[in-house]
Design a protein around this ligand. Structure first.
Ligand code: PXL
Length: 289
């Protein structure tokens, strides 16, 4: 059984972080070992959420894992609640990275051009340092901008998003996946994946749906983690993750419950173990105009 150390928060209501990652990765046949960073009443997009920061306990938690000489096939970090946690996770990477496992950092910082509540500039810096140690990172366009010190509100076309993924890979990660990038036409939204080793850029475009669900980035990063553990190629992993999110959004969009509840992923988990109906990925070997 392959094991994944999943370093992120547990939010009681509103699908996000561990309540998204555990079902997905369990469904894909992996053992998820949570290292919780905080316990929240809801994810932080609900007004008035309560948060118990677990920074101090994390060190004890990790000390125990070290005593037990645990090892993991993947280390996957997501939402972190303080700059100090980022230092702790940085040391965790040093202690638990081996020649055979990999680190995926989902640099959860913000969306739609702004940082999430509670995310401070020193946390952006802490996240940048974590990205340097990862093999794979999965920022959305807003997070990519903050990590690069770019204006997060600017218009970004495909060429620029590709440039950003290359610039991010120069920080250290071999593979940079950027979600919520623009498509070639306004009815499409694209997800890009750049591999520094072979310098290939892949794109999966899908229909833009006028809805936004928290936690879809967590679902995306979780599926990518599982696909990499399954030995999928980068574009296959990209295709599967985009397909899963797309199906999840479509399974939810027809209902009128609050978008803050996240997407109804329970209805679409089974797609994770079915073959893809078709491959949609494209190779963008030259920047698209
Ligand atoms: O979906 C990312 C995420 C994870 N964890 C918490 C969050 C968010 C996004 O808002 O608030 C607590």
């Amino acid at each position: 059984m392959k094991k994944i150390a999943a370093i992120q928060d547990l939010s009681g209501y509103g699908r996000a972080s561990l309540t998204v990652a555990i079902p997905i990765l369990t469904h894909m046949g992996f053992q998820v070992c949570p290292l919780p960073t905080a316990v929240l009443s809801t994810h932080s997009e609900y007004a008035g959420f309560r948060s118990l920061d677990l920074t101090d306990f994390m060190e004890e938690f990790i000390a125990h894992w070290k005593e037990l000489h645990l090892s993991f096939d993947a280390i996957y970090s997501g939402y972190l609640a303080s700059a100090k946690q980022m230092d702790i996770v940085n040391h965790f990477f040093d202690d638990f990275k081996t020649d055979t496992n990999f680190i995926l950092v989902d640099p959860v910082l913000g969306d739609h051009g702004t940082l999430y509540p509670n995310i401070t500039p020193d946390m952006v810096e802490g996240m940048r340092k974590l990205c340097m140690k990862a093999k794979i990172i999965t920022p959305n366009l807003t997070e990519a901008a903050f990590l690069l010190g770019e204006d997060p509100k600017q218009e970004v076309n495909t060429d620029k998003a590709i440039q950003w993924s290359k610039a991010l890979s120069e920080l250290g990660p071999e593979q940079v996946l950027i979600t919520s990038a623009p498509g070639e036409d306004p009815r499409k939204v694209a997800t890009l994946a750049y591999n520094r080793t072979d310098r290939r850029t892949w794109r999966v475009a899908c229909d833009y749906i006028p809805a936004s669900y928290p936690g879809t980035g967590d679902a995306f990063a979780s599926v990518i983690t599982g696909c990499v553990l399954n030995g999928n190629s980068l574009p296959e992993a990209l295709d599967r993750a985009v397909y899963f999110i797309n199906m999840g959004i479509k399974a939810t969009f027809g209902y009128d419950h609050s978008p803050l509840d996240g997407m109804d992923q329970e209805k679409v988990l089974h797609y994770l173990n079915e073959s893809l109906p078709y491959y949609r990925y494209e190779l963008l070997d030259t920047p698209v105009k």
